[in-house]
Design a protein around this ligand. Structure first.
Ligand code: SF4
Ligand code: SF4
Length: 143
């Protein structure tokens, strides 16, 4: 599992399992739905981000496809999170290893499938608390 930004902290991120790419985590620990009021807009926000970066494209029927990056999205969150029969039918077509809680370009084992230049801008900027702590420890140890 690799981190989205320019520096790899393979062990840290592998242990975490890529939580920062779990964009569509819409259920709590007990399995209750918590996506009400934010998930739909958030999916749209990430469509804008990933379209702007060249990762996502759309075909003539509005289907989500590979952008100029040439990498097919693993799922379409507009469908994979639909709480109705259409969503259910779509989810049934997805291979079991695809994790729809994650970004459509996040492979559950290896992390982001996109070359860095095609990731959303925020992916190269954002770091989690664990990352900051580990970076501080690494810097402290080298002094
Ligand atoms: S940056 Fe943080 S949240 Fe993201 S994969 Fe690494 S440890 Fe996990
Ligand atoms: S584009 Fe890549 S780095 Fe950014 S959220 Fe998606 S999987 Fe993670």
């Amino acid at each position: 599992m690799t981190h989205p930004n320019d520096i790899e902290r393979y062990e840290l991120c592998n242990e975490c399992g890529g939580l920062c790419c779990a964009l569509y985590l819409a259920h709590d620990e007990d399995g209750a739905y918590i996506g009400e009021g934010w998930l739909e807009e958030y999916i749209e926000l990430w469509i804008e981000r990933l379209s702007a970066s060249g990762a996502l494209g759309f075909d003539a029927d509005g289907r989500m496809v590979a952008g100029t990056a040439g990498i097919e999205p693993l799922h379409d969150p507009r469908l994979s999170h639909r709480p109705d029969a259409v969503g259910e039918a779509y989810r049934a077509t997805l291979p079991g290893w695809i994790d729809v809680r994650k970004c459509q370009f996040c492979h559950p084992e290896t992390g982001c499938l996109l070359p860095r230049e095609f990731r959303a801008t925020i992916c190269g900027e954002w770091v989690c608390e664990l990352w900051e702590t580990s970076a501080a420890e690494t810097n402290g140890a080298s002094r």
